[in-house]
Design a protein around this ligand. Structure first.
Ligand code: FAD
Ligand code: SIN
Length: 520
């Protein structure tokens, strides 16, 4: 591969649950085709790896039904979900889960061999399939093992997709692949492909406080936007109510909503349980409501998750990662309250796709968190993301399979534009830090017109500076990521400013006196 450009039949960008599962399916079906999977970090590193709660799927037809899961998803989404998509995801979920099991993920089972079902906010039944509190880790590793045995998939780790290669044709805009850089040498290269699948995940790193790992810089969304694809629902950034509120060096740790499903309580000062002041469902209200309630309560006091009344042996057995991590930081959750704070967690919007995972650029697909399928509307129901990724990875695989006869155009010379100066990385880091704080203050849990306008102006200034640096700089990983973060930040603020009502995770205090939606 050295310095030359490269051709492949199918290019998949991203190795979380979406990218890995579509790669496995395509490779098995088309052993004669070249499939290339690139990912910007080490094997496994992705939002998927950190998923705790699990996968929402209707397994128990006695106490649960597809109709209930559909209704819960629609209710959480604040009236903005696409019903056709919700129906498809909920009904196809059991089949997709069965594939993940067949690929080697051992979900928790009871003594009779039945899947153990957890509960999370907004769900009217127990339906979360999980592997203790490390579901994502177990899934990623079983998919990586499966991928290892597939000879026609070439995987390039620590390789960053920079931009999409597109051109206008009689059929409209077409995607022919990407430009990319490898971490070792920072050469900007071309990878041409008949089909390109973006599976690049979320945007949490745009915020100072996030549950997402460092890979989540919105690259796929920013690349698609620069290429002219439609991007929607960016205002709906979901904040998870319970990030562990303890200072840790450069990492963040989630306290799963499944703990609240197990009976943990949110308390403020004097152990006051406050969630019932806001919603009849208490701690198990949908996330947007719980996050806003904590935001309001935490203006005056720290907020805690209290597990002390729960059976300690079951707590340790079912939530070993949370128990051990907290213990390593000096908190024994069986005896002490856990300090928590809301943090940016999940992007409900993204690259607009249809039921076949197609974007509005030909031969370009988007799946997983970077896609806006219409499933989540204004607020995602807990544990509906991993299953959405599996369902739309399958739909993408089906569509590519039908269109496989499509011939790729010959490799061409593509103009690569960059300069000869080394960019000032300390200046770039300062911009990134400043932007993260701006996003918290202007596009956080509660927003206002003035804060959003001010935030947008500042991001535009940074964006101009970064564009000027790009003109004159040698290819640079950090520069590319920061350009993408600024792009998604501006999209979030621009689209949030356009909203004239509060829905789900978008709350503009200028549109309503009380920044909370009381449902009782
Ligand atoms: P990711 O898993 O994030 O993978 C993205 C991949 O793209 C990575 O491999 C990354 O390296 C690569 N990439 C990104 N940009 C580039 C680029 N420019 N070039 C090359 N590679 C690139 N959802 C649930 O349903 N249930 C849960 O229990 C749950 N718990 C969660 C807990 C945490 C802490 C977090 C952060 C999220 C959780 N979610 C959960 C959400 C869910 O994990 C994610 O939405 C989902 O895993 C996204 O999968 P993905 O494949 O789309 O993206
Ligand atoms: C969690 O375990 O609380 C995260 C679940 C999700 O984001 O769906």
């Amino acid at each position: 591969m050295e310095n030359q450009d490269y051709e492949t039949d199918i290019l998949i960008v991203g190795a979380g649950i979406a990218g890995l599962s579509v790669a496995i399916k395509l490779s098995t079906r088309f052993p004669e085709k070249n499939i290339t999977l690139i990912s910007k970090d080490r094997p496994g590193e992705s939002n998927t790896r950190y998923a705790q709660g699990g996968i929402a799927t209707v397994i128990n037809a006695v106490d649960d039904s597809f109709e209930q899961h559909i209704q819960d998803t629609l209710d959480a989404g604040g009236g903005l979900c696409r019903r056709e998509v919700v129906e498809a995801v909920v009904r196809e979920a059991p089949e997709r889960l069965a594939e993940v099991i067949a690929w080697g993920t051992d979900f928790d089972r009871d003594d009779a061999g039945k899947l153990v079902l957890g509960l999370e906010g907004g769900h009217s039944a127990h339906r979360i399939v999980h592997v203790k509190d490390e579901t994502g880790f177990a899934i990623v590793h079983s998919l990586l093992r499966k991928l290892d045995g597939l000879p026609n998939v070439q995987v390039l780790w620590r390789t960053l997709a920079v931009d999409l290669l597109t051109e206008n044709s009689e059929e409209g805009r077409v995607c022919n692949g990407i430009t990319y850089v490898n971490k070792l040498d920072n050469h900007l290269r071309i990878m041409q492909a008949s089909f390109t699948v973006l599976a690049t995940g979320g945007i949490g790193q745009a915020y100072a406080l996030t549950t997402n790992p460092s890979i989540a810089t919105g690259d796929g969304i920013a690349m698609a936007h620069r290429a002219g694809a439609s991007i929607d629902n960016m205002a709906f950034v979901q904040f998870h109510p319970t990030l562990l509120n303890v200072r840790m060096d450069d990492v963040a740790f989630l306290i799963s909503e499944a703990l609240r499903g197990f009976g943990a309580r949110l308390v403020s000062n004097n152990n006051r349980r406050f969630m019932f002041d806001y919603d009849v469902r208490g701690e198990l209200a949908p996330r947007d409501i719980v996050a806003r309630a904590i935001y309001l309560e935490s203006q005056n006091h720290p907020i805690y998750l209290d597990c002390r009344h729960l059976p300690s042996n079951s707590l340790k057995r079912q939530f070993p990662k949370i128990y051990q991590t907290c213990l390593s930081l000096g908190i024994d959750i069986t005896r002490e309250k856990i300090p928590v704070t809301p943090a940016a967690h999940y992007l409900c919007g993204g690259i607009v796709t249809n039921m076949k995972s197609q974007t509005d650029i030909k031969n370009l697909y988007a799946i997983g968190e970077c896609a806006c399928t219409g499933l989540h509307g204004a607020n995602r129901l807990a544990s509906n993301s991993l299953i959405e990724a599996l369902v739309f990875a399958h739909r993408c695989y089906m569509d590519i399979s039908e269109r496989m006869s499509h011939q790729k155009s010959p490799l061409r010379i593509v103009q690569r534009k960059y300069g000869s100066h080394l960019p000032d990385e300390s200046q770039l880091r300062n911009i990134r830090q400043a932007m993260k704080v701006i996003m918290v203050n202007s596009a956080g849990i509660v927003r206002s017109f003035a804060s959003m306008r001010e935030g947008l102006e500042k991001l535009k200034e940074f964006h101009c500076q970064v564009e000027e640096m790009l003109e004159v700089s040698t290819p640079n990983w950090l520069l590319y990521e920061i350009r993408n973060l600024l792009t998604v930040g501006m999209l979030i603020l621009q689209q949030a400013l356009d909203l004239n009502e509060n829905r789900g995770s978008h709350h503009n205090c200028d549109l309503e006196e009380n920044p909370i939606s009381l449902t009782n």
